[in-house]
Design a protein around this ligand. Structure first.
Ligand code: GDP
Length: 453
């Protein structure tokens, strides 16, 4: 296998930048571009040793750096690895990488370090995917859920279900081959119990997926309502900073302003959209159209209403636009005298929250309502969590096979038929952890990683 190299740290200036080299020639490549102050070759060092020295490009000194040596199999990839920690300038790190590439390494593909770790048995697919989630985690719960998956919470759960099913499958296969033998635990009851237990475990995993997804990936959230209802003000309250322009002139929030805020456990990607109303102003009209689209695409809608001015057609339009969406009605300006009966909202929205964005009252209730609506209030990051749609699809396929096994069992089909479905379930679970994933699936997964990971 080739020796690969890439910049492992972010593409921004920083105190330290790391160029990682992995493969059977990693130490030779590093020795060609790095001279230790002691004169010792890196190739003579044992694993977990570091040396201070200078990196060279075209025989000219480039930067002072520290080279850390990892020896196979005790490294991230399971191969020999050298990590060169140089100064974290964008140009400097690129030149160090260039030096490595000129001296025998090839550029690492996206996710190739982690892919090699997977191929060398350092982690399974569920854990590899957790690495990606951990890197992109934006909040504590996302970090905790990803970290626990990396530590094996999901892999253990899947392995336990799979191991039980494999026992049943082996017994069934033995029975099919030797129908006259006495085989332990192979009563119809015992088989049904095992299938039911596996079904319950997978159902519990699948049921947590939606809230897990929200925790891991955040939620596209649209703040909508007619001009001047207080969208920018609410967004500023949630963000805690003056980002949107707040004015008294209707229609000032012309474009979509995006912000990321953490509400309880959840990261919301908020977009404060142009007010919903018909307008002759072309620029604004584009904004209104975008607002409608934003509602369509948002996973959560905060529909704002102004309690201090009478309800308008634009408000009623919102009722229709929010139908079938996860939407919370937010009645704003409750510090002013009420101009209409807000009870009508109860007939349209599941949740109606009263706030004054200006005086910052009622916002905790809104945050609670958001968590309730998204189902994340009781999310437990220490429990096994499916990391992405691929894992969900594998889990669902396994469940469907188990239902087939159950109906084959209940309708008195042959044990062979039952076992075909149980084996299919096992295969889906093996695909989830990567024990049986095809090369193209594996390549697809790692291509979504960033280069250097
Ligand atoms: P947008 O057009 O929906 O983004 O509305 P803005 O956030 O720009 O607010 C329009 C006006 O309403 C501004 O003068 C705000 O200060 C005012 N406003 C916003 N929220 C409240 C509130 O809760 N109470 C009162 N009294 N005024 C508010």
């Amino acid at each position: 296998m080739s020796t690969i190299a890439a910049i492992a740290t972010g593409q921004a200036a920083g105190g330290i930048g790391i160029v990682r080299i992995s493969g059977e020639n990693a130490l030779f490549v590093a020795d060609r571009i790095f001279k230790t102050v002691s004169g010792l070759k890196l190739n003579t060092l044992s694993g977990y040793k570091a040396a201070f020295g200078t990196v060279f490009l075209d025989e000219k000194p480039l930067d002072e750096a520290i080279a850390t040596v990892f020896r196979a199999p005790k490294s991230y990839t399971g191969e020999d690895v050298v990590e060169i920690s140089c100064h974290g300038g964008l140009y400097v790190t690129k030149q160090v990488l260039r030096a490595a590439l000129q001296n025998g390494a090839v550029p690492a593909e996206a996710g190739e370090f982690t892919k090699r770790a997977f191929l060398n048995g350092k982690l399974d697919l569920a854990k590899a995917e957790a690495v990606m989630q951990l890197i992109s985690a934006q909040g504590e719960q996302a970090r905790a859920a990803s970290f626990n998956t990396l530590e094996g919470a999901l892999s253990r759960e899947i392995a336990a279900v799979s191991a039980d099913l494999k026992t049943v499958s082996a017994s069934l296969a033995a029975w099919v081959d030797y129908p006259d033998e006495e085989i332990d635990d192979l009563s119809d009851d015992a088989i049904t119990r095992s299938i039911d237990k596996a079904i319950r475990a997978l159902q519990a995993l699948l049921a947590r997926f939606d809230s897990g997804k929200v925790i891991l990936n955040g939620v596209d959230t649209a703040i909508v309502g007619k001009p001047n209802v207080g969208k920018s003000t609410l967004m500023n309250v949630l963000v805690g900073a003056e980002k949107s322009i707040v004015t008294d002139i209707a229609g000032t929030t012309r474009d979509i302003v995006e912000e990321t805020v953490t509400v309880g456990n959840v990261v919301l990607r908020l977009s404060d959209t142009a007010g919903l109303r018909d307008t002759a102003d072309t620029v604004e009209r584009i904004g209104v159209e975008r607002a409608r689209k934003k509602i369509e695409n948002a996973a959560l809608v905060l529909a704002l209403f102004d309690s201090s001015v009478p309800l308008t057609d634009a408000d009623r339009d919102l009722f229709a636009l929010c139908k079938g969406k996860k939407a919370i009605a937010v009645v704003n300006k409750t510090d002013l005298h009420g101009a209409w009966d807000t009870k009508i909202l109860d007939t349209v929205f599941n949740k109606v929250i009263y706030i004054s964005a200006k005086e910052n009252t009622g916002v905790e209730n809104l945050e609670k309502a958001i968590e309730e609506t998204l189902g994340t209030a009781d999310f437990d990051p220490s429990a096994a969590t499916l990391m992405n749609e691929r894992q969900y699809a594998c889990c669902l396929a396994a469940l469907e096979s188990l239902f087939e096994a159950k109906s084959a069992q209940d309708s008195g089909l042959t044990r062979d038929a039952v076992n075909v479905s149980i084996d299919a379930a096992i295969e889906s679970l093996d695909m989830l952890t990567g024990e049986k994933a095809t090369e193209s699936v594996v390549n697809e997964i790692f291509s979504r990683f960033c280069v250097g990971k």
